[in-house]
Design a protein around this ligand. Sequence first.
Ligand code: SF4
Length: 208
Amino acid sequence: MSSADLYVEKIAFQRYLSQIDCLQCGYPSCEAFIEAIKAGSTKPSDCAFISRNKAYAFEAIEKITTLWPDVPLLTHPRPGVTGLIELNSPSPDSLVLVSGNNEYTEQVLMTVLGTTICPFFVIFIDTDGNTVDMSMIYQTLTAQRVSESIQSTHVEEKVTVRELMLPGLASSLKGDIERLTGWNVRLGPVCAAELPLFLSEIWIEPEK
Ligand code: SF4
């Protein structure tokens, strides 16, 4: 069976390095260092300019890509759960993430979020079981559906900041969602596995 595109190749690793090509790691450029990390021949902490959090974020991505499920290329929607999930006891200033209610999307996102003890509110919007990319094609992820989910989950009563993070694949909905809901929309990465780096300042490693 063919596998779905999880957009791992879209992870922009280099944007998380200082890009000064200082050579202190022993590689001729930051880009060469990234390739060496991918090949397993060096570790992120060997860059003198990577914070401890960011080094862990690199490691988390490596872990995620070995742990996450083999997602088949879907010809039919696979509805998972809809609604609000509270992870790691979120507080009123915790981030609100949204995604579609495809079963595999949910497995992938929960695998990613399982690499941190950072608290989140996660809303799985009813996209008729479509993945985010397919829901953009079939228009089952819309500003209207995001608005309905905000209302039905009562998430507004739980947060002080009305801001949600939308998958990068749904970036075209940002303006409509902001106009319809009054919430600020922060665009997340295209690939869910990039989240640890994208949010590296808050991506706290679970205790071993
Ligand atoms: S030490 Fe870091 S900043 Fe310097 S070349 Fe290596 S990866 Fe780039």
